[in-house]
Every structure is written in structure tokens, then in C-alpha cells.
Ligand binder design. Structure first.
Ligand code: ADP
Ligand code: ASP
Ligand code: MG
Length: 399
């Protein structure tokens, strides 16, 4: 039997009208596939009563007294409400649907609350429902530990749920429905000239997602790649073809990307740059950061200075830690990271020079840089983000 996984994001679930669009996509899919499994995110974005950020606001998240285990229980509710509401819409449309929580769908995780890893999926409950001809609507972004405590899979993790269920059920394809026409050369919210990409490799999109392109979660890409299942990003609100993510991209796309060194630009906001002066005990300091669950990025270590970036939500924790080491420090707030991505930049001279020339022509100050085999990232002030993204997009002829 062939199975399709369809995942619908928060904006797709936002109103009764948009949920009708969702129901239409499910009805269309059921005409083609023997079975459809639906995964949903919490309803709407910040401000909507049951959106994940709204739930976190209720408990003053940055300084909450709740444990990370309790925060997971709170966040999981958003997806549970959403799946029940969609099941109701489907039943009203005469579709035999039923709701499952992540745990109910057999998703077992470790106990790394807020960012748990899935260790096993028991497909029995889902297979039983599919064999009864039902459409299961699974609450995304969550699982349970072996001890039955609720966990979540990291922000944006409903995409991961979709890929993991696709892998476990050996699905034919995984469709991720959202509010844009597919994967674009940059985030269309900040780069008006961004263009849709019809086909893209797992690796390229993994780099984009890992560099902050929120359109898909990097773990979802990794799992789909591991399972060799095509991932398709589509718009809930129209019938555009979307972006296919697969192992081997077609000849046409290959020709176009072969002309191009850089194929997309991603960005990540809410970053703080930390500089610590003086000769502190590096080993203990960085171990302490890890113990506090602070993830660091763009790291430069010199004998007399350490410079790295953190998510700004971790700032208070980091201040407390640095003060323990009695070292002088400075922070630069309101930063963001702009990353240019291209699988073919490895060893090509002049890419960094081009980026520096382009940003300096646009009067954008570069605070720090980092590079990998297929990415070059620049830390800049958040106020310069739009101008930097547009300038780089134009410089590398992505429009
Ligand atoms: P959902 O709630 O459907 O999961 P997300 O907000 O997580 O939606 O992801 C969709 C958003 O990703 C888009 O609205 C868009 O602003 C953003 N985005 C970032 N980078 C890209 C990109 N390269 N292509 C398309 N969308 C992108
Ligand atoms: N609702 C969760 C979040 O906002 C998971 C998701 O949307 O994928 O992070
Ligand atoms: Mg998302």
C-alpha cells in the first residue's frame, strides 16, 4: 500500500477558512494514495491563543519557573488542540479521521526535554487506523519518553514528526504545506526578489535550514535523506507545484546551478555576540556553557580573547557564568547571521572578497565571519539585514 504524509504548518491551521483548504488538500491526496497520514502544527503564530509562542508567553518563558519537562507539557498542548480541531473539520466534511498525540502515534524519545531525539516509533497504532480506512491526524512536534512523560522535538519540529513517520511507515512521499510556494533563493519576507526553486538536493536544503531558513527543519531533511523519501514543500493556499527535495536533481536544474556558485541566502536573527577578554580557563568555561545547555556559534578563540555568538534568550545565563570566571566581557546585541550557500564554493578563491566588497558597498558592517565547505556566514547588525540580503542576492545573481 502506498502512503503519503502531509504536514500542515501553523498558518495553514490558522482559521476555519484555511482549515477548509487543508481538508481539500487531504481529499485530493486520498484520490491518489491508498493512505494519508496528516501531521499538524499548533494553530497560528504569536498572538493566536494556542500558538506555541503564545503558550510560552503565558509563563514568561525567558524567566519561567517551570522546568523544561513542564514547558514541554505546556507546548505539546498547542499541537494537540490543533489536531483535534482539524479532525473535527474532516469529520464535518464526511472524512473518517481521528486524532493521535505524538505518544499515541507511538513516538518514543529520549528525555532531552525541549529538544528530544526520537529513539523508536511503534507503528502499530497508526497501521491499525490505516487498515480501518481512517485518516490519522497526528499532533506534531512531540513524543513521550519510555516513562511516558511528554517531550518536544525542538522548535519547528512538526516537520521532523512528518519525516520520521514517513520513514517508519515507508511512505512514498512527504508533503510539507506552508504559506509560501516552496523553497526560495532567500526568505521572501526579507528579500523581495527571492525566486522559487523547483528542485533542490537534500544537502543544499539541509545547509539552508541549518543556517536559519525556517521553511523546513534541518532534522526533517536529514531523516528524509536517510530514508530516501522525496520531500515536497508546497503552498496550502494555491496549486503551485512547490519544491521537490530529492537525492538527484534533474538535468535542467543541474545546468542552472552549475552556472551559479551561490544558490541561496539564509538568515538567522536574535543573536548576541559575546567577547571575553583575558586568559580564562577555556576548557572549564566551555564545558560549563554546554552543561547550561547554551549552544554557541561562530566561535573564534585567541589566547587573550574569545568571541562567539549565542541566541539572545541565553544572555542572562551566559552573564551569570562569565561573572563566575571574573573576566571582562562585552556583548553586541541585536545581531543576525546572513549565510550564502553554494555546494560548489569549496576551494574557489574570491567568494569572501566578493561578499566583503558587496556588503561594504552597502555600508553593512561585518562583525564576524565563519565558513564551511559550502557556506560563508557573516554576523551583522539586525538593522542591516534587509539591505545585506538584497545586496548579496543581487551580487550573486539569484533574482
Ligand atoms: P509553518 O508554520 O508552515 O511551519 P514556517 O514559518 O515554519 O511555517 O516556515 C515558513 C516560512 O519560512 C515562510 O513564511 C518564510 O518566511 C520562511 N522562509 C525562510 N527562508 C525561506 C526560503 N528560503 N524559502 C521559503 N521560505 C522561507
Ligand atoms: N509549534 C511548534 C513551533 O512553533 C512546532 C512547529 O510549528 O513545527 O515550534
Ligand atoms: Mg515550520
Amino acid at each position: 500500500m502506498n502512503i503519503l504524509i502531509q504536514k500542515f504548518g501553523g498558518t495553514s491551521m490558522a482559521t476555519e477558512k484555511t482549515r477548509k483548504n487543508v481538508a481539500d488538500k487531504i481529499i485530493e491526496a486520498k484520490k491518489i494514495y491508498d493512505n494519508v497520514v496528516v501531521v499538524v502544527s499548533a494553530i497560528g503564530r504569536l498572538g493566536a491563543p494556542y500558538a506555541t509562542d503564545s503558550l510560552l508567553h503565558l509563563v514568561n518563558y525567558k524567566n519561567t519557573k517551570l522546568s523544561s519537562k513542564e514547558i514541554d507539557l505546556l507546548m505539546s498542548v498547542g499541537e494537540i488542540i490543533s489536531s483535534l480541531v482539524l479532525t473535527n473539520t474532516l469529520l464535518e466534511s464526511g472524512i473518517d479521521a481521528c486524532t493521535l498525540t505524538g505518544g499515541g502515534a507511538g513516538i518514543i524519545t529520549d528525555d532531552n526535554y525541549n529538544n528530544a531525539d526520537v529513539i523508536n516509533i511503534n507503528t502499530e497504532p497508526l497501521m491499525k487506523l490505516l487498515n480501518e480506512g481512517k485518516i490519522p491526524v497526528v499532533a506534531g512536534f512531540q513524543g513521550v519518553t519510555i516513562g511516558n512523560d511528554v517531550t518536544t522535538l525542538g522548535r519547528g519540529g512538526s516537520d521532523t514528526t512528518a519525516s520520521l513517520l514517513g520513514e517508519a511507515l515507508n511512505a512514498s512521499a512527504i508533503e510539507i504545506y506552508t504559506d509560501v510556494d516552496g523553497i526560495m533563493t532567500a526568505d521572501p519576507r526579507i528579500c523581495k526578489s527571492a525566486k522559487i526553486i523547483d528542485e533542490i538536493s537534500y544537502n543544499e536544503v539541509f545547509q539552508m535550514a541549518g543556517s536559519g531558513a525556517k521553511v523546513i527543519h534541518p532534522r526533517a531533511v536529514e531523516v528524509a535523506r536517510r530514508a530516501g523519501i522525496p520531500l515536497i514543500i508546497k503552498n496550502t493556499f494555491n496549486n503551485s507545484r512547490g519544491t521537490s527535495i530529492k537525492r538527484h536533481i534533474g538535468v535542467e536544474r543541474k545546468k542552472t546551478i552549475e552556472d551559479k556558485l551561490i544558490t541561496s541566502i539564509a538568515h538567522k536573527t536574535n543573536i548576541t555576540q559575546v567577547s571575553i577578554k583575558g586568559d580564562i580557563d577555556d576548557e572549564n568555561f566551555f564545558t560549563d556553557l554546554a552543561r547550561e545547555n547554551v549552544s554557541i556559534d561562530i566561535i573564534n578563540i585567541f589566547p587573550e580573547r574569545k568571541v562567539f555568538t549565542i541566541d539572545d534568550v541565553c544572555k542572562e545565563k551566559v552573564i551569570r557564568l562569565i561573572e563566575k570566571y571574573e573576566a571582562p566581557y562585552t556583548f553586541i546585541d541585536d545581531c543576525c547571521k546572513v549565510t550564502v550557500i553554494g555546494e560548489k564554493i569549496t576551494g574557489v578563491p574570491g567568494v569572501m572578497a566578493k561578499i566583503i566588497r558587496c556588503l561594504s558597498k552597502s555600508s553593512v558592517e561585518i562583525l564576524q565571519t565563519a565558513d564551511s565547505l559550502s557556506t560563508i556566514a557573516c554576523l551583522i547588525k539586525e538593522k542591516d539585514l534587509v539591505i545585506a540580503a538584497e545586496a548579496l542576492h543581487k551580487e550573486f545573481m539569484l533574482g
